[in-house]
Ligand binder design. Structure first.
Ligand code: SAM
Length: 196
């Protein structure tokens, strides 16, 4: 297929920007698929900061990384991503080149524990503040579960109001699929114009 599925697109956005040695964030580690992807992308010289409120998600992510011998560059925080400005060391503020959110509930977990509008928005805004110029934030949004639509609406309202001189925001969405398929929001923080 020519058109990338949404999850693949969320990774492609990061692959275009993130380099070995970079500092990146997985705001919702869940089962660790995205954390592993990021850990490989930045390599041993880079760093991944990962967040999740569920102990089981942190454990599954650690296990996945250990199995793949890929966790040396990963720091996992068992807390909400809304705390990221306090948890990520100040020395790394302004250096984050990429971040990913995969919203909703933990697959093969408790479907009543979901990401929430207020905390998601706080985390996205915090990340936008500490992302490097030209850095990207990729957000996979699900609206099919209870609570999903409210989060989607709050997020769309927030991202559509981001000043266009601060960042560019893209929505990647298939518009003829049934059952509320996920979509991706990609935010690219503005980089200063190169000197002439
Ligand atoms: N990225 C994951 C992967 O690759 O497997 C999937 C993430 S799953 C769809 C969503 C995760 O968000 C769940 O594990 C859930 O516990 C977590 N979550 C919910 N609220 C959160 C919050 N405030 N901060 C961080 N994680 C949160």
């Amino acid at each position: 297929m020519i058109l990338e599925p949404v999850l693949a697109f969320s990774h492609s956005v990061l692959e275009k920007r993130v380099q070995p040695g970079d500092i990146v964030v997985d705001a919702t580690v869940g089962n660790g698929h995205d954390t592993l992807f990021l850990a490989k992308l930045v390599g041993p010289a880079g760093k991944v900061y990962g967040f999740d409120i569920q102990e089981i998600a942190i454990r599954r992510t650690k296990e996945r990384l250990e199995k793949e011998r890929a966790g040396q560059n990963v720091v996992l925080f068992h807390c909400g991503h809304e705390e990221l400005l306090h948890r990520i060391p100040e020395k790394d503020h302004g250096k984050i080149s990429g971040a990913i959110f995969n919203l909703g509930y933990l697959p093969k977990g408790d479907h009543t524990i979901i990401t929430k509008p207020e905390t998601t928005l706080k985390a996205v805004e915090g990340l936008l503040q500490i992302t490097a110029p030209g850095g990207v934030i990729s957000i996979v949004v699900y609206e099919g579960h209870p609570g999903g639509k409210a989060e989607k609406e709050a997020l769309l309202d927030y991202v559509q109001k981001i000043d266009q001189t601060r960042a560019r925001v893209l929505m990647y969405r298939f518009i003829n699929q049934k059952n509320d398929p996920p979509f991706c929001l990609a935010i690219e923080k503005t980089a200063p114009a190169p000197d002439r």
